[in-house]
Design a protein around this ligand. Structure first.
Ligand code: UDX
Length: 435
């Protein structure tokens, strides 16, 4: 099939490359010339495992091109909208101006029978608002939310766990057939296809992210209680997780969630609910957000308390900058927020990360950075693990690290280390919500 993908960020670049790898002819369109040049050279503009190879192969095969010229989308008959929906300036509501601009630019190139598939995470009601201008061309609009996780984006795109297609109006059946065709390989492997209406499809995405965020904040709320009563939240999570109805995944207590999706999506959802006159329906999301932000402060408090209340001039090594491992994304990174707070209290903070240092330096130039973890650890009075990279979780030896630091004190912001192993090596170990 001939496809266009409008917007080549995290979502669009991966989607374009994955669709080309499945045999489709794809043109990726983005307004950022530098990004387009990089992608056209087969290089990912961000760190995503497997993406460089996928892009390079697809570009070499001739099935994947990138351009800044939206007119080239005219050759395609299925157009994916994959532009970003960041928070609005000074407000929680999603800024949909990139979606609106993409549609306005695409409309003159649409032909009768074309299908426009919205993948961006949008406030519920967006598809209905956009549809008249798309349908006036004879094209149909479907909403097809994307659930990919950073770090697993290639796999999640090629082998999704479900495909949701929201449709409406007279062109609906034909549009569903087009979506069946484009996702044929996943569907043939048994991936479920859920055909629904526009608002349900839009809601699925924000509801999924709201649920995941709630699950994380639930266990972090339990961590707060565990801290008061001397319980251990990781054992609590294990015990809860054996109940199939609950499940252990996303019950990882620590410094909480960040990234480009969960924080902004729950805030945008709450803002949209307010616009819809249903503030109270998702008022709990404000609490989910508040619990999440408190855990960052808790990690800072653990360092301050362990160091006797004064951080001025104390060297603190922060292991991690990315909001999660296998990513170089530092958007709303809880770990970087902790680093910034520690520095604000007078500590000499040195941050290290296997992938995200460049991005971290760009937004927080005031922090010190070390490429090698050893350099960050050297002379540190406290170590704070904020991103559970294998390099820290599995490969960092407590005795080797102990030989580098000034004091064997570690705060495990992700509860990912074996406390006993670190204590046995002479470290003062503090987890989050753990004895
Ligand atoms: C999320 C959704 O998972 C994905 O489906 C959606 O399409 C986009 O948003 P992503 O932002 O890539 O994906 O990250 P995710 O793996 O969900 O992790 C989000 C944050 O939660 C990270 O900061 C992670 O460290 C944190 N987290 C995750 C926890 O604190 N505890 C957990 O148990 C799990």
């Amino acid at each position: 099939m001939r496809l266009s993908v409008i917007g080549c960020g995290y979502l669009g670049a991966v989607h374009a490359a994955a669709m080309a790898s499945l045999g489709h002819e794809v043109v990726g369109v983005d307004t950022d010339g530098k990004k387009v040049d990089r992608l056209a050279a087969g290089k990912a503009p961000f760190f995503e495992p497997g993406l460089d190879e996928l892009l390079a192969d697809a570009v070499a095969s001739g099935r994947l091109r990138f351009t800044t010229d939206i007119a080239e989308a005219a050759q395609a008959s299925l157009h994916f909208l994959a532009v970003g929906t960041p928070p609005s300036e000074g407000a929680d509501a999603a800024d949909v101006s990139f979606v609106d601009a993409a549609v306005a630019a695409l409309v003159p190139h649409l032909k009768p029978g074309d299908v426009v598939a919205g993948k961006s995470t949008v406030p519920v009601g967006t598809a209905a608002r956009l549809s008249p201008q798309i349908e006036a061309t004879g094209a149909a609009l479907v909403w097809n939310p994307e659930f990919l996780r950073e770090g697993w984006a290639v796999n999640d795109t090629v082998e999704p766990d479900r495909i949701v297609v929201g449709v409406s109006g007279p062109g609906a059946d034909a549009a569903v057939e087009v979506m069946r065709e484009v996702y044929r390989s996943a569907l043939s492997r048994g991936c479920p296809l859920l055909v629904t209406d526009w608002p349900t499809a839009e809601l699925v995405k924000v509801a999924a992210n709201a649920f995941l965020a709630t699950k994380i904040s639930f266990i972090n709320a339990m961590a707060e209680i565990a801290e008061v009563v001397g319980a251990d939240v990781t054992q609590l999570a294990d015990a809860l997780g054996h109940d199939d109805r609950i499940g252990r995944r996303f019950l990882g207590a620590g410094i909480g969630f960040g990234g480009g999706c969960l924080p902004k999506d729950i805030r945008a959802f709450a803002a949209r609910a307010e616009e819809l006159g249903r503030t109270e329906s998702v008022a709990f999301l404000r609490e989910v957000d508040a619990i999440n932000l408190r855990r960052r402060q808790r990690a800072v408090d653990l360092v301050v308390d362990a160091l006797g209340g004064d951080l001025v001039g104390r060297r603190v090594a922060v292991l991690g900058a990315a909001f999660k491992p296998h990513s170089d994304d530092v958007r709303d990174s809880p770990g970087l927020a902790v680093a910034v707070m520690l520095r604000g209290l007078g500590a000499e903070v040195v941050v290290t990360d296997p992938a995200a240092l460049e991005n971290a330096r760009r937004i927080h130039p005031q922090l010190e950075y070390a490429t090698a973890a050893e350099d960050a650890l050297a002379g540190a009075s406290a170590v704070v693990l904020v991103t559970e990279w294998d390099q820290y979780r599995r490969e960092l030896s407590p005795s080797d690290a102990g030989a580098l630091v000034a004091r064997r004190l570690i705060v495990d912001g992700r509860n990912c280390l074996d406390a006993q192993v670190w204590r046995d090596a002479g470290w003062e170990y503090h987890g989050m919500g753990r004895r």
